[in-house]
Design a protein around this ligand. Structure first.
Ligand SMILES: C[S@@+](CC[C@H](N)C(=O)[O-])C[C@H]1O[C@@H](n2cnc3c(N)ncnc32)[C@H](O)[C@@H]1O
Length: 229
């Protein structure tokens, strides 16, 4: 397993929500979970089937069960079995009554045929900055793998912490350096401009905005689908 995923031990997952979703989002990345990321997430969830990539503790889908009331299928995809187990349990404990599927797989690998054309939403929250490599290439690889999963009219939406050309404070600069040294993050050279290049290359329609040092994006109409049609 890659260090981008091995860090999520059962112990780490116990403190993840407080450490990342509460403290780091507020003081380091300056992108609030309750005010920005959770409403953004809920706004884009699909009505029929949703694919959650890089599931962490499962906080976002579990906090959104009322929004998922009509959604028949939630597929959780992650490289780490601990995160998949925790997210699946949390989703059912929170009262989600649809089907939950767990797929233990790297997002750098193509998706199985059975997942293609199936999802009206694909979430990528705080995944790209964990992955090794540089933008636009690593985002290209991820978009190449996930776009075939979209149903017609579907949306990919996500957020990622940028390493360069952003307004770091002391805390964010220190954490970004430290996490990159440990291999938990791979975002030292991630910028808004090189993420935009990848979105532009893969989608006919996209939106990209900044909140603190976090890039927030939605993307629709993958170019490959249009070229193949
Ligand atoms: C920072 S957590 C984000 C969790 C959640 N989306 C959130 O925003 O709170 C990153 C997640 O991506 C997963 N991950 C890391 N590398 C991956 C890869 N190559 N393929 C799939 N998942 C990966 C990790 O195991 C972890 O669950």
């Amino acid at each position: 397993m890659d260090p981008s995923a091995t860090i999520y031990t059962k112990l780490m997952l116990q403190i993840y929500d407080i450490l990342v979703l509460n403290l780091s989002n507020r003081f380091a990345w300056r992108c609030s979970t309750p005010n920005i990321l959770l409403p953004f997430y809920q706004q884009h969830l699909g009505d029929n089937a949703h694919l959650e990539v890089g599931v962490g503790t499962g906080y976002y889908p579990a906090a959104s069960v009322s929004k998922l009331a009509k959604t028949k299928l939630v597929t959780l995809l992650d490289l780490n079995p601990n995160t998949l187990a925790m997210a699946e349990t949390r989703l059912s404990t929170a009262g989600y009554r649809g089907t939950v599927e767990s797929v233990e797989r790297s997002i750098f690998d193509p998706l199985p045929e059975s997942m293609k054309g199936r999802y009206d939403s694909v979430a990528l929250l705080y995944v790209l900055h964990c992955l090794p490599g540089v933008f636009p290439q690593k985002a290209d690889k991820v978009f190449e793998n996930i776009t075939p999963a979209l149903a017609p009219g579907g949306v990919v939406f996500g957020s990622t912490i940028l390493g360069r050309d952003v307004d770091h404070n002391w805390l964010s600069r220190t954490l970004v350096r430290m996490y990159n040294q440990k291999g938990m993050f791979g975002n030292l050279n991630d910028t808004e401009a090189n993420l935009r290049q990848s979105l532009e290359r893969y989608f006919e329609e996209y939106d990209l905005r900044m909140e603190g040092i976090v890039a927030i994006f939605t993307a629709r109409r993958p170019r490959t689908r249009i070229e193949e049609a």
